[in-house]
Design a protein. Structure first.
Length: 336
């Protein structure tokens, strides 16, 4: 009987030892596999959808041959506590990444950053067309278009799958913040009653000059005219009256032709040759520099300006001086 119990006890010890050794070996194998680089030679881009669980992520990684053992990836994620903190987005998985490397990346939220630049002076319609043509942005979400000029031209980061509506909403928020900050630091005694009026003037400045050093000088001309009740007489407002922001893009200007004298007679509240004061809304989306110029203009006595043929403008205090500048410009344009 004693021999029998010894045999049973010995068998149990042996079995336990085998199980423990097997468990130890399995754990060692799992640890090695979890930290071993994969055999993929090139980086792979994956998208983790919002609300995705680690099981679905593991299957996607396995499909791309980034991991060999989806179950081990899931178990590893749960044991490390990372399974519940993986973040949605587009990721670049580098060549030879281990399961641990991938989990660390997905937990970090270091998604691929893409950028799109919206240049100053575009209308709402032009911005929408530009974004809608961008393949990586989603077009399904409805765009609730703001008033003309309520978007800040800037370079914006986005992720693949972000929506056009979402980008435009961020542009609107950025505009409101910039306008509020600039309004708070404005020069005293400006003939501008509201932030909206400042934005209207900024849009005209944006369309009148692309020369950074001129913006405040041009702003000063328009401020002088507003103070004296002189019509602004600015061509870009007439162009907006004719196009309502849906400009042509054929290399021949927003009208596809030159602005004609008859155009200056169009009956529109945007025609600043016909009506004094500011037009009812901005005529384009002004950048931060143009907004700052509108609210902190140069102080001078100029009330006229015209192109000088170099990309800038010639400024004048009297109509006689201005007429001379116009004559020079017409001669330059005729000889081009």
């Amino acid at each position: 009987m004693k021999l029998f119990f010894k045999i049973i006890l010995g068998g149990f010890v042996l079995l336990s030892t085998v199980v423990l050794l097997g468990a130890a070996g399995g754990s060692w194998w799992a640890y090695q596999e979890f930290n071993t680089p994969n055999t993929v030679e090139n980086s792979v881009t994956i998208i983790v959808p919002r609300g995705a669980h680690i099981g679905g992520i593991a299957d996607a990684l396995s499909y791309e041959s980034l991991i060999d053992y989806p179950l081990l990836f899931k178990v590893g994620g749960r044991l490390t506590g990372q399974a519940s903190s993986l973040k949605a987005g587009e990721y670049e998985i580098l060549a030879h990444a281990s399961m641990k490397d991938i989990l660390d990346l997905l937990e970090s939220g270091k998604v691929i950053q893409r950028q799109i630049t919206i240049r100053e002076g575009l209308t709402n319609w032009e911005i929408e067309q530009l974004l809608m043509a961008h393949e990586e942005l989603d077009k399904e979400e409805e765009i609730l278009m703001k008033t003309e000029g309520m978007y800040l031209p800037e370079t914006y980061s986005y992720q693949k799958g972000d929506s056009v509506a979402g980008v435009m909403n961020r542009m609107n928020i950025a505009l409101k913040e910039t306008l509020s900050n600039t309004w708070a630091a404005r020069s005293p005694d400006l003939p501008l009653k509201t932030k909206e009026e400042a934005l209207i003037l900024a849009s005209i400045i944006e369309k009148e000059t692309a020369v950074a050093s001129e913006r405040k000088k041009v702003a000063g001309v328009f401020i002088n005219r507003l103070r004296r009740g002189i019509p602004l007489q600015t061509d870009p407002t007439v162009i907006y009256a004719l196009t309502m922001g849906k400009h042509k893009n054929e290399g021949k200007g927003p009208l596809g032709r030159r602005l004609l004298k008859k155009d200056l007679k169009v009956d529109s509240p945007y025609n600043t040759y016909k009506y004094a004061g500011l037009p009812p809304t901005p005529i384009a989306n002004a950048g931060k520099a143009a907004i700052e110029a509108a609210l902190n203009p140069d102080h001078h006595n100029y009330i006229y300006f015209v192109a000088d043929g170099t990309g800038g403008h010639a400024f004048a205090k009297t109509l006689s001086e201005h007429n001379n500048n116009v004559a020079r410009w017409r001669k330059i344009r005729k000889n081009k």
